[in-house]
Ligand binder design. Structure first.
Ligand code: RIB
Length: 315
């Protein structure tokens, strides 16, 4: 069975400590611990599925307890699974969340790094509407997946998270929609010899110009509490964050956006603005709950938030 949304990416077991403030170098503090399913790929697959898109996830797990729990969780979300088992530990993430809901993360890629082209069913990619990749597996694999997708006319969405030293710009030639956050976009821009440090100081017109210096049809910058910015050759659009939502944990908000956006692209028949509004609402709701994959909102809640904002979900 084929799914319109295919996410190729990571699973990480998230090991999360909450603390009032992040510890300083050399400092030990007391916090509270919780663990749960995460990883940018899996989070995005869960976000897309909960947002109403039939979704397949291609990933790699270790033959360990975290891997077994991951499979049970992802199956319970109704996601079509294509999981490779590797002789490596399941990926994991050490996450600190402070009282403002901000986070710091270290990941160990483990099995994710060994995901290989032979683990990705070509027919699954060819029959999708949207294929989504991130930077937590290996970058050569992303290029392979996007080449397969491109040949079949499937929309490619790249979330360049986390930005990596081995990033090769050539994948941008295969990317239809690039979804970086502010840090990732600044890193991309500076690779090209610019010296931008903060996007918040730029006027929309200048931000759009900067986006247009990349040969990617659509760039969507996720800007946290400022919402998102959509740049296409025909123009640009700022979508503000939804006000009045209580921030508990921002971890995974970018993943909620990407998954919601992918589901929106399918639901609204390729309408980028409608899909970005949908992703923006999904991200807003995800930060009101603790955790990553478990914090992804359901379609009815996204629809309700958009309706409340006077922007009912529609193409
Ligand atoms: O984007 C949030 C995710 O980043 C977490 O789930 C963690 O696993 C890291 O991959």
């Amino acid at each position: 069975m084929h799914s319109p949304i295919v996410v190729v990416g990571s699973f990480n077991q998230d090991l999360t400590w909450t603390c009032p403030e992040f510890p300083a170098p050399g400092e030990t503090i007391v916090g509270r611990f919780q663990t749960g399913p995460g990883g940018k790929g899996a989070n995005q697959a869960v976000a897309a599925a909960r947002a109403g898109g039939a979704t397949a996830f291609v990933g790699a797990l270790g033959a360990d307890g975290f891997g077994r729990e991951a499979e049970t969780f992802l199956r319970s979300e109704g996601i079509a699974l294509h999981l490779a088992r590797k002789k490596l530990p399941t990926g994991n993430a050490a996450i600190l969340v402070n009282r403002r809901g901000e986070n710091q993360i270290i990941i160990a890629l483990g099995a994710n790094a060994a995901l290989a082209p032979r683990d990705v069913p070509a027919a699954l990619v060819r029959h999708a509407r949207v294929v989504v990749c991130q930077h937590e597996t290996n970058l050569a694999l992303n290029a392979h997946v996007f080449r397969t997708a491109r040949r079949a006319g499937v929309t490619t969405v790249l979330n360049p998270a986390p930005m990596r030293a081995d990033f090769d710009d050539q994948i941008l030639d295969l990317t239809d929609v690039l979804v970086p956050n502010e840090t990732e976009f600044v890193a991309l821009v500076n690779r090209r010899g610019f010296t931008e440090k903060k996007l918040s100081t730029l006027a929309d017109h200048d931000l759009h110009e900067l986006c247009r210096s990349f040969d990617v049809p659509t760039i969507i910058l996720t800007l946290g509490a400022r919402g998102c910015f959509v740049s296409q050759s025909r123009g640009h659009l700022s979508i503000p964050a939804h006000p009045g939502l209580k921030v508990v944990d921002t971890t995974g908000a970018g993943d909620a956006f990407v998954g919601g956006f992918a589901a929106g692209l399918v639901r609204f028949d390729g309408n980028i603005a409608a899909a970005a509004r949908y992703g923006n609402a999904a991200a807003g709701l995800s930060v009101t709950k603790f955790g990553t994959a478990p914090s992804m909102p359901a379609r009815r809640d996204i629809d309700r938030l958009l309706k409340r904002a006077g922007r009912p979900a529609s193409a």
